[in-house]
Design a protein around this ligand. Sequence first.
Ligand code: M6R
Length: 612
Amino acid sequence: MCGIVGYIGNKKAMPILVNGLLRLEYRGYDSAGIATIEDDKIVVMKNKGRVNNLSNLSGIDKLVGTIGIAHTRWATHGKPSKENSHPHLDNSKSFAVVHNGIIENYHELKNFLIEKGYEFLSTTDTEVIPNLLHYYFNQDSKNDEKKLLRAVKNTCKDLKGSYAIEILSTYNKDKMIVVRKDSPLVIGKGLEENYISSDIPAILSYTKDFYLIDDNEIAELSRDKIKFYDSELNEIIKPVKSIEWGALSAEKDGYEDFMLKEIHEQPRAIRETVGAKLDNGKIEIEGLEFSKEYLENLNKIYIVACGTAMHAGLVAKATFEKFCKIPVEVDIASEFRYRDPLIDERTLCIYISQSGETADTIAALKLAKSKGAKTLAISNVIGSSITREADYSIYTHAGPEIAVASTKAYTSQVALLVILGMYFAEKLEKVDKSEINNLKSDILKIPTQIEEILKNTKQIQEFARKVYKEKDMFFLGRGTDYAVSLEGSLKLKEISYIHSESYASGELKHGPIALIENGVTVVAIMTNPSLVEKSISNIQEVVTRGAKVLAITSEDIKNDGLNEVIKLPKTNPLISPILSVIPMQLFAYYISKEKGLDVDKPRNLAKSVTVE
Ligand code: M6R
């Protein structure tokens, strides 16, 4: 999705802005642009395509302005083109704007402005914003220092939808204004300089001190000061937050791709995620105030998320149901929010989002809140929108995840959810303590077991080399092996563009087996000792029909017609997906590499989906 960067200080803004945009590339985009103030004028440079197409524009290196805004656009309204890319100017070229989000009523606003004589050069929704700013600025007869802020306030009152907006104006060449509603935006505080970004990693190398702007708040940035206002321009005081993430965590650090780096970071990410809550055999989760009585009264737990985060929920369902004896429903946020789910104050709704900015997940959370349920957010980003909406928030310690295809966030989410399930179970006292204690000791071994798996990736790489030209593949499993097979299949689709389907092995005979023919590749996950025999029978059915099988198992199975068997260390089936997903992540990765694709930035995808 779109990305925003901004700078105001004493250095040349252009290199900082371009560098910031490069760091936001992972979000997915189709054009890029910057605007700086040069002498008394706003200069805009923009281009279709990658940030390099922008930084190669002739004349860009002549920009010396020390204040500027920048944007990568992921087309929503209007095709990807230079005209539609941001920044957009008003007709008088006194206001430049970049915008993330969608202005839902832009038609109405555009017609209003056209009637007032304004002309439009693009087909975007954004272009109404600089022109509205100009309109309100000129309507205002009072010439004081708040005139620009009032224009921003009045413009925002007209906007319906979601937005994070950066504004430059020749009427105040030493100030930059930003405002947000339902779209992420952070301010990085430096010494005599300040930074803006839609995403912390883009400016992590400059500062670790951030202000998190809330909905409808306006910030006015000077070189040495930041003032915050509510939507009525009453000044407010905001605390500065220090982020622990190191600058290196947003770099490739010697790896060929971010995805490969992030796959290898999983032992550390899980160690830290688990270690923050489980210490000396005791689980403590700061900030969660669920009493035994509240938990006993629950009629249902919903786990709601999108994509990979939803798959993490599907794995964790088994732990909550087994240990807490509470029914768990896992739902896709975009479905949940529109299907009038049965929720009341006896329902606990858990929302998972790596970025914490996924529009559907946030909307689904707001819905549950409005129906009186308690909401708990699980995110990787401190201060992200979802954590500010939820009643309670807990965090994975995965560190910034840059590759579009989620890896370390998924395994950390599963680990954290399982810890949460055990935490509830200990309060509820419905299962034997020894069962929980065994799972605790198993989860502590997981990071070392992942390290073992990562020591030998050759087998997967070789199998990937044999099958990378295929058009379709199948992923099969039972129980939590089925839940994780959905994630394996998604990884493959996302980064290798190979069509794949995931099925519960027992469903094969009910239809999908018709698709199995000579040479088709099947990935079979079999880690649950109590289900392995059943799974093997299913796999024999595909082997006899000529399928090439990659088996991922922790059991001692006979290699009867299987093409490749990846042996995993043994663990509890409730957490085995954290191990079995690793070969599947690598499988998708190596296939993508064999095909010469961009692993980190797959086509059509964005890292964080901040619009519906
Ligand atoms: O930031 P979120 O966890 O809310 O993102 C949810 C999905 O968009 C995300 O998991 C997506 O499916 C990934 N690209 C999967 O690799």
